[in-house]
Ligand binder design. Sequence first.
Ligand SMILES: Nc1ncnc2c1ncn2[C@@H]1O[C@H](COP(=O)(O)OP(=O)(O)OP(=O)(O)O)[C@@H](O)[C@H]1O
Ligand SMILES: [Mg+2]
Length: 254
Amino acid sequence: MTTPASISATGGPHRDRAHHDPAHRDSARRDTTAPGPVLAAQSVHRFFRAGGQETLALQGVSLRLEPGELVVVVGPSGSGKSTLIACLAGLDEPDGGSVHVAGHQLTHRSEPERARLRARHIGVLLQSANLIEHLTVSQNVALVQHLGGDAPRADPAGLLAALGMSPRAGAYPAELSGGETARAGLAVALANDPPVLLADEPTGELDSTTEAQVLELLARITARGVAVLVASHSPAVAAAADRRITLADGRVSS
Ligand SMILES: Nc1ncnc2c1ncn2[C@@H]1O[C@H](COP(=O)(O)OP(=O)(O)OP(=O)(O)O)[C@@H](O)[C@H]1O
Ligand SMILES: [Mg+2]
């Protein structure tokens, strides 16, 4: 189980868990520490038709995400960043191409199957945040852990402490500042100790000091072996990333 220390520790809880807990039966999780991408997208296409107009939101996007790397997706508004994150998370089903996470095919599956794989393998932080308004921060974390079933879980109190959210654990989302909302969203995204974290504009609403704190957190999460992909317009996020993927009109341009 994840402890507060594991967020700041190097080496990674996935490896530690496999090492210290030989009885751990989740072979799919151990796959994530094997060499190779933990997330792979192959020629993903997504079209939207609205009001007689067709938008080619994604036109054959391929990418690979390795454990322990922080990758930023940049590109102008409308270039397809959020659509890509939704397809990588299994929140949306692409019209063509495939997505694999931790060795499992995520595309061409039913919505409940995608939800199960997501709960187990992917933390998601969306542009509109991922908190349920009538639940407190700690209740939001508990709900996601419940939905994760037998997924490996972070220790909720430790997770909130590591994110500096212990004093706000009993607060409702409407009572949080922008930075606290981002950190609570991260707590929810990390509640099931996922090998992949996808975040859409996680620092979009934050001042530069709070943004720096969130980036520091993302760096620590990456350092313990989680593959992190962030869509962002922020130069600070781009500067903090190991690698940059640029989208233009639904295609990877560099
Ligand atoms: N549900 C939808 N129906 C119709 N068109 C859509 C839908 N979702 C996205 N689009 C269109 O697909 C394109 C890509 O949108 P997307 O939200 O992925 O862009 P983005 O790069 O995230 O932009 P931003 O930087 O403004 O967040 C845009 O032209 C958008 O209008
Ligand atoms: Mg977007």
